[in-house]
Design a binder for this molecule. Structure first.
Ligand code: DOR
Ligand code: ZN
Length: 345
């Protein structure tokens, strides 16, 4: 097979950042995705529908000429989010989820939730109004090893949460473990998960063997080969509970290559090619379209895209760096060769 045609995909988990960087981040995603669920972890975070409206306007203004890229906005859940904010969000028509960051779990999560007990009324309203909860699924307790934080979250927090709110729709974002994949597979259809390209392609050796490679550092952190295999199995299984979410999370080169480097891989530009490589490696290219273009919209209750994209089996070299506002960002796999490329790119 020399090429594969797909219904145009969406990205169900994306960090676009803000300000001058939007011109590049929006263009990168709009080059292949029709829509994206946009993460709210700005500084300050997008905690209200009013803030989401102005962030959305900035994203729309940054679109390349002629682009119809549609940002699907999210709110950042805090200990103080009011149930009325959920009504405003749903009534706006442009907010499609509420993001739970356990406080301290990752980039700009300081205003996140310290204890879900503060959020029960909000979660109930979300369940009533059908607004999904998007979860960064890691505990933050200092005594829990970083490689165990997702597994412990699934046991301690996620399982009880899903039971306590039997109508709540949940997306466990960027799952990285066998444990999270099993939990989602065994849960009812109202519980779904996104999977990133890096977690399908590499394990923690890529980050730590032969030298420490900061551009492979993201959160939740890369895990073992057994986990990677479980994620590939989930993504290629045809189970509609697993769909595409890149978690593309650009940071300027200096912020990554530092004594205390930021978490995040910038995959937005070549994400589709990266996913194709992961699916092709297990002979499952025929399952890519459903994962990339069908299961996400179905979960979110949105129409499927009408456009098409074509991937060719032809090599391309990933750029060494790209502009990022006034700075530069190093794409995931910078300088390396990818096995696929988008027709016309
Ligand atoms: O690696 C990550 N980067 N994980 C996250 O959860 C946040 C993201 C970011 O915003 O940089
Ligand atoms: Zn993210």
């Amino acid at each position: 097979m020399d090429f594969i045609d797909l219904r145009q995909p969406d990205d169900w988990h994306l960090h676009l950042r803000d300000g001058a960087a939007l011109a590049q981040t929006v263009a990168a995603s709009a080059s292949w995705a029709a829509r994206a669920i946009v993460m709210p972890n700005l500084k300050p975070p997008v905690t209200t529908t009013a803030l989401a409206r102005s962030y959305r306007d900035r994203i729309l203004a940054a679109r390349p000429e002629g682009s119809n890229f549609e940002p699907l906005m999210t709110l950042y859940l805090t200990d103080n989010t009011a149930a009325e904010e959920i009504d405003r969000a749903v009534d706006s028509g442009f907010v499609h989820g509420v993001k739970l960051y356990p406080s301290g779990a990752t980039t700009n999560s300081d205003h996140g939730v310290s204890d879900l007990a503060h959020c029960e009324a909000v979660l109930e309203r979300m369940a009533e109004r059908g607004l999904p909860l998007l979860i960064h699924g890691e505990v933050t307790d200092a005594e829990v090893d970083i490689f165990d934080r997702e597994r412990v979250f699934v046991e301690r927090t996620l399982g009880p949460l899903v039971e306590r709110h039997p109508e709540l729709r949940v997306v466990v974002e960027h799952i990285t473990t066998h444990d999270a994949a099993s939990f989602v597979r065994e849960s009812p259809a109202r519980v779904a998960a996104t999977i990133t390209p890096q977690h399908l392609l590499v394990n923690r050796n890529a980050m730590l063997v032969g030298g420490i490679r900061p551009h492979y550092y993201c959160l939740p952190i890369l895990k073992r080969e057994r986990d990677r295999q479980a994620l590939v199995e989930a993504a290629t299984s045809g189970d509609p509970s697993f769909f595409l979410g890149t978690d593309s999370a650009p940071h300027a080169v200096g912020a990554k290559e530092s004594d205390c480097g930021c978490a995040g891989c910038f995959t937005a530009l070549n994400a589709l090619e990266l996913y194709a490589e992961a699916f092709d490696a297990v002979g499952a290219l025929d399952r890519l379209e459903a994962f990339a273009s069908e299961f996400g919209p179905r979960f979110y209750g949105l129409p499927l895209n009408e456009g098409r994209v074509r991937l060719e089996r032809a090599t391309q070299t990933v750029a060494a760096s790209m502009p990022f506002g006034e700075l530069e960002v190093r794409p995931f796999r910078a300088g390396e060769t990818l096995a696929f490329r988008r027709a016309g790119s």
